[in-house]
Design a protein around this ligand. Sequence first.
Ligand SMILES: CC(C)(COP(=O)(O)OP(=O)(O)OC[C@H]1O[C@@H](n2cnc3c(N)ncnc32)[C@H](O)[C@@H]1OP(=O)(O)O)[C@@H](O)C(=O)NCCC(=O)NCCSC(=O)CC(=O)O
Length: 435
Amino acid sequence: MAMARRSGGGGATPQRGEGEEGLSHHLAESTLMPLAPSGSGHSKKTRRSGTLCHLARSAPPPLVLAESVCDEGVRRECHDKEEEGVREERRAGTRGEMTGVKKRYLQMNEDLLREHPEFLDPAAPSLPARLASVAAAMPSLAAAAAAKAIAEWGRPAGDITHLVFSTSTSAQVPAIDLRIASLLGLSDTVKRTTIAFQACTGTSSAFRVAMDIAESNRVARILVICADMLSINGFHVPNEAHPAGIIAHALFSDGAGAVIVGAEPQEPVELPIFEMLSTSQVTIPGTEHVASTQFTTSGIDYSLLPDELVALIDRNVERCLDGALVPLGIAKLGWNNLFWVVHPGGPIIMDSLEAALKLEPEKLAASRQVLSEYGNMTGPTLIFVLDEVIRRHRQLDGDEEWGVMVSFGPGFTIEVMALHACSSNKMNPGPKNAI
Ligand SMILES: CC(C)(COP(=O)(O)OP(=O)(O)OC[C@H]1O[C@@H](n2cnc3c(N)ncnc32)[C@H](O)[C@@H]1OP(=O)(O)O)[C@@H](O)C(=O)NCCC(=O)NCCSC(=O)CC(=O)O
């Protein structure tokens, strides 16, 4: 397997010297054996971190698309704004134009509403029924994503040693990961970890934990699954006094994604896609109020202060990226020479990031496309974006070798993971990048 550090060929490349030293120094701190065969041009001291081997995604069947029972409220909100003449964009806009969401997949449907009319009554206690509905629907959705990832990985499910499951919309004991493990036929010795309520940083948190496991246990094969179903927990009759709820209706959706992480791949069976080079999580003090969700007796309530969030991104994102990427020698390539895997929280979040870093529009094209085609699925969205970035690289012959995964979540938290595309797999065609 090539550990591509490009020496030319058009891709932006950290130069020998400061950047390379930074890379070697950082990676040497990990406990991993080098993945590169000797003579590949890498320093013998160069160590590699956990490698992301395979990923797959799945969305639930399109039970209710954008034309869901939520539509009336959203349309009414547009109409009222139109009458007030508040916003020119709103006058011309449809819901899709406002949020960037054209299609979504939702588990909430009319059958569920008939079965649980209390979901329509904001005063009726409905949280237990909602959580039970999630518990009934989520395992099969998550298992479907994981089964695809395992099939693509090429080794038997029984070879999975660890399961890291992340969700912000399920709460039960034992956690849903147990049911998923059983559906997948995982070993009864698999070590399970559930990461709860990280919201839009759910995937980043799970990847971070998986990377730590892979670094400390080189034979571990970690199945990471992220699943959320905000349509069930967060569905409420629209209330004009609560605009965040209306926006949530137009934006949020359901989905699940899975990846398999491990070190020292057994080629040719395991063909890695990305190397996970470093992770960082920065939480800005005193900003807990900016993005939050509350469990109420009638479901999950979500709240976001968009102006404060935009200001936080503007003031902090570059320093967070520098903190993660400068030691690796990647930051000096320039933000526009990296590939970007960004959680598309909403148009305002991507616009802010683009403006703060002066990113060219195509850098967030994968994020915008996922938002458009799937909505904001909370945690799993980032895996969909990763999948889309890979697809685009293959189709458009993208040549960025170094990249960054970014998500923003409650805290207010900024998570960054530095990625390197493996030349042995789909992201980069090998010969072009070989040294
Ligand atoms: C909704 C929008 C697409 C609308 O864009 P427009 O360009 O049409 O208009 P705009 O940005 O000026 O916003 C219009 C009005 O809606 C308000 N507004 C926007 N988003 C809001 C929100 N989430 N809650 C409450 N109000 C909100 C604005 O303050 C403004 O109010 P006024 O008219 O009074 O000035 C965008 O604002 C947006 O992307 N908002 C963020 C969406 C979001 O909440 N995403 C989830 C992120 S959470 C996430 O991803 C991480 C996590 O879960 O932790």
